[in-house]
Design a protein around this ligand. Structure first.
Ligand code: BG6
Ligand code: MG
Length: 220
């Protein structure tokens, strides 16, 4: 086996909550009257809520006080959580579920490595609250991605060395975090363009072959 553990990012990897993040930030950007599009949104992938707000505010004329920032970050989260109410077990694809179950059957440890403080709520809604061997998320870190902390904590919780963990990411900041943690990284979505990604995961079930060491050809 090439990797002992797989650490999954959550938003945009296991579930399409990246879309909800986009919609919630769009509401805030519209209220502030600032431009917000997919290109700006891609920079929000993997980074903490407050860091996202700073990016959204880049084109806002006046500086905001800390209280105002806290207000907008909270409003965004309220809107986001409203959208999360629509999330259900139907939002986890069979393809992803089956791949994770197969990995588990092969003795691979599975963890979450997410910057989100809503990770446990999302896992509950998609029926995975008791599924993972470890959950490292926005509630147990000081620094969000691209800092490696969230992945290093996940490997620590699992008791598996970073070099034996494979990270799955859709965010450029997440790939940076994985590399800084000394972990290989399989990428999807927006992170497909990262030049240092270890594997490009165009088809989720290929993950099994990558982890078992049967697929060198998909190496980026
Ligand atoms: C990451 C998302 O998973 O979590 C980011 O990719 C988001 O876009 C971050 O900002 C923090 O999420 P939350 O749910 O704590 O606001
Ligand atoms: Mg993500």
């Amino acid at each position: 086996m090439k990797y002992q553990a797989v650490i999954f990012d959550l938003d945009g990897v296991l579930v399409h909550t990246d879309r909800y993040h986009y919609l919630a930030w769009k509401t805030i950007a519209d209220e502030l009257g600032v431009t917000f599009d997919e290109k700006i949104n891609n920079r929000l992938r993997g980074v903490s809520r407050m860091a996202c707000l700073e990016i959204v505010l880049e084109t806002y004329d006046e500086p905001l006080t800390d209280e105002q920032k806290a207000y907008y970050a909270e409003r965004k989260n309220q809107r986001y959580k409203q959208l999360l109410e629509e999330l259900s077990t139907q939002d986890l694809s069979d393809e992803i579920r089956h791949t994770m179950v197969s990995l588990r059957e092969h003795g691979v440890k599975l963890a979450i490595g997410s910057s989100s403080k809503n990770a446990k709520l999302i896992l509950q809604r998609i029926g995975l609250d008791d599924f993972f061997d470890a959950v490292s998320d926005g509630t147990n870190i000081v620094h969000s991605k691209p800092h490696p902390e969230v992945f290093l904590k996940a490997s620590d919780y699992l008791g598996i060395l970073p070099q034996q963990c494979l990270v799955i990411e859709d965010a450029m900041a997440g790939v940076e975090a994985a590399l800084a943690a000394n972990m290989d990284c399989a990428v999807m979505g927006d992170a497909l363009g990262h030049p240092q990604a270890t594997y490009r995961l165009n088809h989720f079930p290929d993950l099994l072959h990558i982890v078992l060491g049967q697929d060198e050809k998909r190496k980026a």
